[in-house]
Unconditional design. Structure first.
Length: 79
C-alpha cells in the first residue's frame, strides 16, 4: 500500500493537515470516526467519495508516522 497515492497535505486545505486526496477529510477525522465505533461500511456510505483503498491508506500513513515515535506508558492509576 502506497499511502502517498491517497494522502497529501495542502496548506490551503485544513491548514496543511494530512487529508485524503480530492476531499477535505483529514486523516485524524477518519481515525476519529473509527474510534467512535464507526465501521468501514458506515464511513463509505456516509462519504461516498472515499474508497476502501483510501481508508487503508489512512491506516498505512498513521502506522508510518508513529513507527519511529517514542511512546511513553500512560498510567491509569489515579492518586
Amino acid at each position: 500500500m502506497r499511502w502517498q497515492d491517497y494522502i497529501h497535505t495542502d496548506q490551503q486545505v485544513l491548514v496543511g493537515k494530512p487529508i485524503i486526496k480530492g476531499t477535505r477529510l483529514s486523516v485524524d477525522f477518519i481515525l476519529g470516526l473509527f474510534s467512535e465505533g464507526w465501521v468501514e461500511k458506515t464511513i463509505l456510505d456516509n462519504y461516498p467519495q472515499l474508497s476502501h483503498q483510501a481508508i487503508q491508506a489512512v491506516f498505512a500513513f498513521s502506522a508510518e508516522v508513529i513507527r519511529d515515535e517514542e511512546l511513553y506508558p500512560i498510567s491509569n492509576n489515579v492518586a
